[in-house]
Write a protein that binds this ligand. Structure first.
Ligand code: FBP
Length: 256
């Protein structure tokens, strides 16, 4: 691993663990995910800083207009592809919208890229990512892959086998960290972690759950050997974002 990549990875990790705050839902789901407060990126960036997140995931437009004031307080993970949920799942494809060079210019410490494993557009997405990954290697930029099995051939997006397959693809394609959806049990998630081998596994937060459900899930994820979370809605849709963050932090990092 290059010295640059090691340095950047160490900035988005604490004691080997990862806790990212994700706010790319504005493109992935649309403004319906937001309320009057969290529609404002400053509201979410403030939570990320005060909550001790190890990174903030943004698309480039938001990063350009908002991140400057938070640099040095929370590292930036720039998402390099995106799509709306208006396009049908059957033809799901997420194309590149930014480059690694732009991520470097914006001060990012890692890039994020979604791969819809199993989709009809898989070959194109793997090839797009291949170029991104090559550019990332040139710059010593860590790659975090959002590995989501999706499309008309995917029977169960959250089954142990399918999620493990997606996680393995991330390893095979050169990701440093893979973000997957939780498979529902520690046992099944252990298989996902095992399949990803040297590619570290983090879990998505998913749609908003009760505090108790979310924290129980977090405990199961960590017990399976994952290194953390990239979470959005379960934090910034929570009426008390810093309280749930503190609880999640305890699960991920233990006593600090
Ligand atoms: P959440 O914690 O809100 O689920 O965010 C995680 C995330 O991966 C986001 O980065 C992304 O916008 C969204 O989920 C994608 O969701 P979907 O599975 O609906 O495509």
């Amino acid at each position: 691993m290059s010295a640059g990549k090691k340095t950047r990875l160490s900035r988005i990790m604490r004691n080997g663990k990862v806790m990212l705050c994700a706010m790319d839902q504005g493109i992935e789901h649309g403004p319906s995910d937001f309320n009057d407060k969290n529609i404002d990126p400053d509201f979410v960036l403030d939570i990320a800083c005060k909550g001790g997140f190890t990174g903030m995931v943004l698309q480039k437009g938001v990063a350009k207009r908002y991140y400057e004031n938070y640099a040095g307080k929370v590292p930036l993970v720039l998402k390099l592809n995106g799509r709306t949920n208006i396009i049908p799942k059957d033809e799901i494809y997420s194309g590149p919208v930014a480059s690694v060079k732009e991520a470097v210019a914006l001060g990012a410490d890692a890039i994020g890229y979604t791969l819809y494993v199993g989709s009809t557009m898989e070959a194109r997405m793997f090839s797009d990512f291949g170029k991104i990954q090559e550019e990332a290697s040139d710059y010593g930029m860590p790659c975090i892959v959002w590995a989501y099995p999706r499309g008309k051939y995917v029977k169960d997006e959250k089954s142990k086998e399918t999620v493990a397959y997606a996680a393995r693809c991330a390893l095979e394609l050169g990701a440093d960290i893979v973000k997957v959806n939780y498979t529902g049990s520690t046992e099944s998630f252990k298989y996902v972690v095992k399949s990803a081998q040297k590619c570290k596994v983090i879990s998505a937060g998913g749609s908003k759950q009760s505090d108790a459900e979310f924290i129980a899930k977090a405990k199961e994820v960590m017990a399976a050997g994952a290194v953390g979370f990239a979470v959005g809605r379960n934090v910034w849709q929570n009426p008390n974002p810093l309280k749930i963050t503190a609880e999640l932090k305890k699960v991920i990092f233990g006593k600090e």
